[in-house]
Design a protein around this ligand. Structure first.
Ligand code: ZN
Ligand code: MN
Length: 456
């Protein structure tokens, strides 16, 4: 149940606007799939490997070991920033974020504080609403703590394979109005990052990790509330939605009792379906941020940013617009096809292969979408072969076919002219037009014969 519907049920007058509005922001950590780690040459592909086999003095935080920044990781963060319509400041630096925890051997995380690689971006939602992106910055991942039982005793083990893997952090402005919108934004972000090919964003493997912050404000007041609750441990989009829905109810309950929700960090307990208090929320000053002295700051040249910009591929939104124009597909078909770059490419490859068979791209889209074609298992060419085979026997012939041919000839004067001037292939265009007009219910050879006679 959404927040608005909870309020609506309680409202005396249904027409009255909800009294309280939820204000939500997201922080998303994404591991980049570079070959090496952020500040050393250890392999970053650690998943499923034996603990503590991808380590060196740098990522173990041994005294005297010096970091060297991974250029690819920096470029990818800028690339992602550009994909999110961010501004790329020409001056940037790394900072130390100090805190003490066993997963952080140096006692600090190399991160970015006041000068991140990308700022002030935006993501456009399906309804046209803009969610502002505050920043995209780069930091290093921490080691992984594993709570286990050894010889009957509860122990915590540390696996440093993850320590120092490049971690991109995307932070949104609190522009999100409800849990469903939060989920939509996360899906869009994941889609964009996957298109860029810079991370697999696999939440089960921990390569995408989510945090949300939420507070309630009286409707109509634009000032942000003076507290916010951060929710951690959200390892699926569904959990984000559920945890936010729970928090809305919890905070609303407190407010109705005349209490103000505490500023704190809470976890999500999937078994109990509740959030629980973990600790008071840290403020930035608690981390004693200061510039990382072992890494030089980054001065970009404009042309370097331009070069990265040029490498930006066609993103889902642009692809959708083009598919609409070029193939006249339905919104449903488009959304399904552009889900992943692989699927979209597959469709276009199939369309290419299908040209000589006069198959309508819409028909191809339909099959891929509705029959849930596994794009990894069937080659586009094979799919087209199947379509051609299955095609219903031509049902339109004789007088009816001639009528349609006459109409197509009338409506495509240019192609007819071309043909008469000697451009033989123009007739294929007309065959295609007839195939399209009849949804493929004609035999191409027969159609060509009819056309050639008429154009003689
Ligand atoms: Zn290392
Ligand atoms: Mn972070």
């Amino acid at each position: 149940m959404s927040y608005n519907s909870i309020i609506d049920n309680k409202a005396i007058k249904k027409t009255k606007q909800a009294e309280w509005q939820s204000i939500i922001g997201l922080e998303i950590h994404i591991e980049l799939n570079t070959q090496s780690k952020m500040f050393c040459s250890c392999s970053a592909a650690y998943f499923g490997h034996k603990p503590n086999t991808h380590v060196c003095p740098v990522c173990l935080g041994l005294p005297g070991a010096l970091p060297v920044a991974n250029k690819k990781a920096i470029e990818w963060v800028v690339l992602c920033g550009l994909a999110l319509d961010c501004q790329i400041p020409l001056f940037s630096k790394f900072d130390r974020k100090n805190y003490f925890y066993p997963d952080l051997p140096k006692g600090y995380q190399i991160s970015q504080y006041d000068l991140p690689f990308a700022v002030k971006g935006r993501v456009k939602m399906d309804d046209g609403k803009i969610i502002r992106i505050t920043r995209v910055h780069l930091e290093e991942d921490t080691a992984k703590l594993i709570h286990a039982t050894v010889k009957g005793k509860g122990v915590t083990l540390v696996d440093f394979n993850r320590s120092g893997v490049p971690l991109m952090e995307v932070v949104t402005e609190p522009d999100i109005k409800n849990p469903q919108e939060a989920k939509e934004l996360l899906k869009k972000l994941r889609q964009i990052v996957r298109y860029l090919g810079i991370s697999d964003c696999d939440m089960e493997k921990g390569s995408m990790r989510l945090e949300a912050n939420i507070s309630l404000q009286k409707s109509g007041i634009s000032k942000l509330p003076d507290y916010k609750v951060e929710i951690k441990n959200l390892n699926s989009f569904r959990f984000v939605e559920k945890a936010l829905e729970y928090e809305i109810k919890r905070q609303l309950g407190l407010i109705k009792k005349g209490q103000k929700p505490l500023q704190e960090t809470r976890g999500w307990d999937e078994v109990e379906q509740v959030t629980y208090s973990q600790r008071g929320k840290e403020e930035a000053q608690d981390y004693r941020y200061f510039p990382e002295p072992d890494l030089p700051p980054i001065h970009w040249q404009r042309k370097e940013i331009e070069r990265i910009k040029k490498s930006l591929i066609e993103l889902p939104d642009e692809k959708g617009v083009r598919f609409q124009k070029q193939y006249k597909l339905s919104l449903y078909q488009i959304n399904s096809l552009i889900e992943s770059r692989e699927k979209a490419d597959y469709f276009e490859e199939a369309v290419k292969v299908s040209h000589q068979h006069q198959i309508d791209p819409k028909e191809i889209a339909n099959v891929i979408v509705n029959k849930r074609i596994n794009v990894e298992k069937i080659l586009p060419a094979e799919l087209i072969k199947i379509l051609v085979k299955k095609r219903t026997k031509p049902t339109i012939k004789g007088k009816e076919l001639e009528k349609i041919a006459n109409k197509v000839i009338r409506e495509n004067k240019e192609a007819v002219e071309d043909y008469k001037k000697g451009k033989i292939t123009a007739v294929e265009f007309l065959v295609g037009q007839i195939a399209r007009a009849t949804k493929g219910q004609v035999d191409p050879n027969q159609t060509r014969k009819v056309l050639l006679e008429k154009l003689r």
